[in-house]
Design a protein around this ligand. Sequence first.
Ligand code: CP
Length: 307
Amino acid sequence: MRHLLNPLDFSVEETGQLLDLAKDIEDNLSKYSHVCDGKKLATLFYEPSTRTRLSFEAAMLNLGGGVLGFSSADSSSAAKGESVSDTIRVISCYADICAMRHPKEGAPLVAANHSAIPVINAGDGGHQHPTQTLTDLLSIRSLKGRLHDLTIGLCGDLKFGRTVHSLINALVRYENIKFILISPPELRVPEYIREDVLKNNNIEFVEMDSLDDAMPDLDILYMTRVQKERFFNEEDYIRLKDCYILDKKKMKLAKEDMFVLHPLPRVNEISVEIDEDSRAAYFKQTQYGVYVRMALIMTLLEVEKSC
Ligand code: CP
């Protein structure tokens, strides 16, 4: 039995196969509509979510399966003090696979260690968000036609943004990826990403605070929200929350074939005037999230295609 806790749990080859399956799902959706008949997905969300939880549910429903779960810790017996390890033992009796989001880093790993069903990390604290990474990889591959030879700009809250940490971890495995890390000094990537992931893998990267200076070089601009829920004091959040706002003026500095991604939710960091720009791909990205989660559920449940 396999889990997905970290984007590196799948090799580059396995990730490629999963993205190929997601692409086939996109092209032939109806072919997959009964491959999970009789299977159940549990969504255990101890933290708020719109996209991840509902795209997992849509994914399982598209595959013919059923869904159950909770959308906040308050509406589960976690509010009475139940541990993650006890909860997953119980959920293992009710469902065939589960997706868990938790504010504590490592909680899905604890669950996996006590689970009889595959556990998918749907975001743990400021740590990892591997299914967002699969979504991002599918988006980049679909939009640019490749996952190599790209200059990727990551902009905003690079300190607390778990999607950024997961994406860097995944992309360093492809040839000739360069990163431009755009953030205020207080929100730079954590030391372990800089040293253990980027420097250890001899990845070309530069850290800067000007989005304008970075724009002309980028193939992908990955915008992120400043993560209010991870700040220790509100004063710092208020000072930093609008540090970058992508607008039409900034988009004029970018290549014609540069694409803008964002894991969403957006707050102020992308002006709504950009939504009509053909390079704004963040809503299309959410659709890719459904296909890739369908492919992931099938892979972890070892479900064969019906034809
Ligand atoms: N991208 C993402 O994780 O969004 P949600 O928090 O809405 O799930």
